[in-house]
Design a protein around this ligand. Structure first.
Ligand SMILES: Cc1ncc(C[n+]2csc(CCOP(=O)(O)OP(=O)(O)O)c2C)c(N)n1
Ligand SMILES: [Mg+2]
Length: 249
């Protein structure tokens, strides 16, 4: 895709074919770039594990716990903004189909898309959505064909948590009212309105128990797992995480 309309050449072909043909035309050169990259990657992974080992309950920690329990050979949809970002901080050693429909970074339609996808597949289908993305698309649950293999995880940090992390919006006096759109609503109430089973987790222990219930139970309808996380600490923890990763060795 030439998203930014600035590519100089495009080779519309199979990647394996491209590299086979390019191999003989490229001259090898001396470089330690690859090793440096691998070395940094190793250090970053070690630091990631060390940080996650002691960080408090937060969006970041919740992701670690969810990913451990996510069923192998399942489908995962991720909403914009922080769910899709957090998911990229972890190493995925499971066979997961990522099918998120984020459009042009929109928060809209992610639950509807997952609902349609779950209907069309036998695989367990999980959607991880932020609270605003979930509420924005709550009409997705007004659907006669909601499949029993759909699991909806809502990370409820009571607003658009991403705006606490971005430089411009986090320093703005309009942060809470106009960027974050802070609220006190609970996804569990929306789930109940549609007759769906729901579990609310608010720490490591209840999240582990909630995930067990979520994936081990037999449901006839989708189930909702709401994870309540601490609004202010989430951004602090994520900033501390990145600072720790890039601190001098
Ligand atoms: C349709 C649409 N409206 C507004 C936005 C701007 N936007 C990007 S992220 C975001 C906040 C999302 O909040 P939430 O779903 O709670 O996720 P969090 O940032 O807390 O992870 C908003 C409003 C957007 N991307 N798409
Ligand atoms: Mg949020």
């Amino acid at each position: 895709m030439d998203t930014f309309q600035s590519l100089t050449d495009i080779f519309p072909c199979d990647p394996a074919l491209f590299f086979r043909s390019a191999k003989d035309r490229l001259k090898p050169c001396e470089s330690d770039y690859g090793n440096k990259w691998k070395q940094l990657n190793r250090i970053t992974r070690q630091r990631h594990d060390a940080f996650l080992g002691k960080c408090g309950f937060s969006d970041l920690k919740a992701f670690q716990i969810i990913l451990k329990r996510l069923p192998d050979r399942s489908v995962l949809h991720l909403s914009n903004s922080t769910p899709v970002r957090y998911s990229q901080l972890f190493v995925w050693d499971k066979d997961i189909d990522f099918m998120a429909n984020r459009g042009v970074s929109g928060i809209d339609g992610v639950v509807s898309t997952a609902a349609g996808c779950a209907y069309a597949t036998e695989k367990m289908t999980t959607v991880i959505a932020g609270d605003l993305a979930f509420f924005y698309d709550s009409n997705a649950l007004w659907n006669r064909h909601l499949a029993a293999n759909l699991r909806i995880i809502v990370i409820n940090n009571f607003g658009g948590g991403i705006f606490r992390f971005l430089d411009g919006s986090s320093a703005s006096p309009a942060l809470e009212t106009h960027f974050e759109a802070r609220h006190n609503y609970r996804a569990a109430n929306v789930a109940r309105a549609y007759g769906l089973d729901c579990f609310t987790a608010e720490d490591e222990k209840t999240l582990a128990g909630g995930l067990e219930w979520f994936y081990a139970s037999k449901f006839t309808k989708p189930a909702v797992l709401e994870i309540v996380t601490p609004t202010e600490q989430n951004a602090e923890i994520l900033k501390a995480y990145f600072n720790y990763l890039k601190s001098p060795q």
